[in-house]
Ligand binder design. Sequence first.
Ligand code: ZN
Length: 264
Amino acid sequence: MKPPYDFLNERKKEIDCVINEDIVIENRSSIPDWDTIPLEGKKWLQAESLACVYIDMVNSTKLQVNKHPKTAAKVYQLFIENMVQALQDYECEFIDIKGDGGFGIFIGTHASIKALCAAVTFKTLCYELLSTAIKDFKISAHIGIDEKQSLFKRIGLRGDWHNVVWAGKPVNMAAKLSALAEEQQIAISSRVFEKIIQPRFNKYAYLSCGCTADGVSGKSTSLWTELNVTGKGYFDFDKAYTCKSNWCKIHGNDYCEKLMKEAT
Ligand SMILES: [Zn+2]
């Protein structure tokens, strides 16, 4: 350990260096390999269109880790492993794990659509497989998605103590949207909503297939409910939209495939 004022004097030189540095921003259309994301120095990368899907476990604070450590361990393992797998299967470019959840980053013009497909698939998996897997705890998720321009680079110390930092709205807004979402719900920003109502996507992402609970085909309706979030000071948009539906057993495969194909 250094005496505190030796530490401060040493840091001051580094701080002055950063202040006097001219930051260089380089545009990217994908996330490079971990080792080649800038770590030190003045260079930052920027993605014009970056979507973040933020996934949180519902009621993780009620998990009795002290009383039932083995049950709690299984819950964490099932939730996180399946979340990572779902994100990876939908061309997610970066995954970060945050204890009882995590987030995935998608880049590109239709990043939000891929993020939505991954989110609905994980939500369906939670509902159909995980919710009843553990006897004393119902595993479920609440999810937020946002998309906007973002800067990124690795920050920290060379070696083990660094991580990619996402400077911009998407990760922050997606985390707040996931907190706004109820159990088994996806909440999206108006920016993401604008993407899903585009003609090439709306039939599969905005409207329902028309199936009812008993499998009979009915009328196709909007899957999304508008929410006014003007009163919540922390959003940089006025409207959010929420959806509770999972993939339909009859049309889910086809709808998801069409969305992913259009988004690629
Ligand atoms: Zn259907």
